[in-house]
Design a protein around this ligand. Structure first.
Ligand code: ASP
Ligand code: MG
Length: 474
């Protein structure tokens, strides 16, 4: 081993990066190159693209008693794994063994869905057991493909590494227990020069029940493993060049940002940029580990580096990126009787929380005569009912005049360090929207150092993003 080589690299491949023979072949080459440059390489992979959705959709049908698509789902999952195995696993014994293991997992999918259909319901725990099968299949395939390319590799189930609570479908890791288990399992493999190929997305309770970390959670798995090993760098391989200044489907001129700070990307992740799972950032920042996003289909592109602090921005270029979240409604509680009455906001948000809805944006006028916040459109009716029940007495006494929700709106978020502290940024933003004749319905500015969010009618979302993107630094 080269003493001077960087030590430990964790690389995560997303579903599209392993979803076809061409993609997985590129991933295998990337692993091989990394192995030549790093002393220790750990690979984390998602399920083949589309597989998790198919598993969960089929399970949802089964819960309704409909198993008509079950056999086809099994066939299609087996076929996509088989096509890759045929293309990338040269040794017939290794190929047969790998496909046999995948067939056993596919069979347990059929059995679990059968049980769900009999029960007429799918518990969160059963759904996790089903959803996690995709990764349990993909690690076997990717590890064998790496072996075939001459890289020592071994599949590892993260149920042996990541210990979580029992919040099925959105489990929370126990970092102390995870550190012990991960090191105990991975260190001996790494010492022998083996690349562990680990399931993303899944963990297990202390009693061993399989849990998942939430949809898209493989990025988070890589961050957790990177933090507890610890690794020097975590690279997320995906199908775009990195984090972009806007969604390129809306803004053709969108560019890849070479560098973005953790806090900036956290705003982007929250506001719907699909590049990185929002929970990924925290474990790596806390451990001081590097994070990079790169493109499996364009591996020579440097991608985007996540840095702990944004580089000093001048007024002219504080705006780095613009995103939109759609399908929101603005809920307003208004009434002259709210002025100076403590506890209205607390009760309002307790009533919202009781519906299981989270609130991405809040504003309140200083007159205290109205509170306004956004909720996902599909939750708006439940939120209104809950607020009306909570404030029934105030509404009857006319202290609260009205609780109502808008039509669909979009939250536009402008991200860049210094948006709060740099004079003139808000002026630029509202000036530009004014030129487009976009009406701004609400503004939230100040709670984050690195973003300004505003609300517009959903029909004006694209025009707003396009116009504001012109303000980003080149
Ligand atoms: N396969 C899982 C999902 O589709 C996890 C991931 O890909 O990150 O949600
Ligand atoms: Mg993802």
């Amino acid at each position: 081993m080269n003493e001077n080589a960087p030590q430990t690299l964790v690389m995560k491949f997303g579903g599209t990066s392993v979803g076809s023979p061409q993609a997985m072949s590129a991933a295998v080459q990337i692993v091989k190159n990394a192995r030549a440059e790093w002393n220790q390489v750990v690979v984390v992979t998602s399920a083949l693209s589309g597989v998790t959705n198919l598993l969960l959709d089929t399970a949802a049908c089964a819960a309704q008693g409909d198993v008509s698509s079950l056999k086809d789902a099994e066939k299609s999952i087996l076929a996509s794994h088989q096509a890759i195995a045929n293309a990338l696993i040269a040794d017939p014994n290794l190929r047969a063994r790998t496909l046999e293991e995948i067939t056993v997992l596919a069979h347990s999918f059929v059995e679990l869905c059968g049980a769900v259909a009999v029960l007429g319901e799918a518990s969160p725990r059963a759904l996790d057991a089903i959803a996690g099968l995709g990764e349990r299949m993909s690690i076997r395939l990717l590890a064998a493909a790496c072996q075939s390319a001459g890289t020592l590799a071994q599949p590892v189930e993260s149920t042996e590494l990541i210990v979580t609570d029992d919040r099925f479908q959105n489990a929370h890791p126990d970092f102390a227990a995870t550190t012990l288990k991960t090191r105990a399992t991975l260190t001996p493999l790494l010492a022998q020069g083996i690349v562990p190929v680990v399931t993303g997305f899944i963990g297990a309770t202390p009693k061993g029940a399989l849990t998942t970390l939430g949809r898209g959670g493989s990025d988070y798995s890589a961050a957790i493993l990177g933090a507890v090993l610890p690794a020097d760098d975590v690279w997320i391989w995906t199908d775009v060049d990195g984090v972009m200044t806007a969604d390129p489907r809306i803004v053709p001129a969108a560019r890849t940002m070479p560098e973005i700070s953790y806090s900036e990307v956290a705003e982007l992740a929250y506001y719907g940029a699909k590049v990185l799972h929002p929970k990924t950032v925290r474990p790596v920042i806390e451990a001081g580990i590097g994070l990079r996003i790169c493109n499996t289909f364009n591996p020579s592109h440097p991608g985007t580096r996540l840095v702990s602090r944004a580089s000093g921005a001048k007024a002219a270029n504080v705006i780095k990126a613009v995103t939109a979240i759609r399908k929101q409604r603005l809920v307003t509680i208004e009434g002259r009787g709210m002025l100076g009455v403590p506890g209205v906001a607390a009760r309002a948000f307790a009533a919202v929380a009781a519906t299981g809805t989270s609130v991405p944006l809040i504003t309140q006028a200083s007159s205290e005569q109205s509170i306004c916040f956004s909720v996902p459109s599909e939750s708006a009716q439940a939120v209104l009912s809950s607020l009306q029940a909570t404030f029934a007495a105030e509404i009857a006494q006319r202290d609260i005049d009205r609780v109502w929700a808008s039509e669909d709106v979009a939250i536009i978020t402008i991200v860049g360090a210094g948006t709060r502290n740099t004079p003139g940024v808000a002026g630029q933003i509202f000036g530009r929207l004014g030129q487009e004749s976009v009406n701004v319905l609400a503004i939230a500015h100040g709670s984050s150092d690195v973003s300004i969010s505003l609300v517009v009618n959903q029909s004006e979302a694209d025009a707003s993003v396009l116009a504001l993107h012109e303000l980003t630094a080149n």
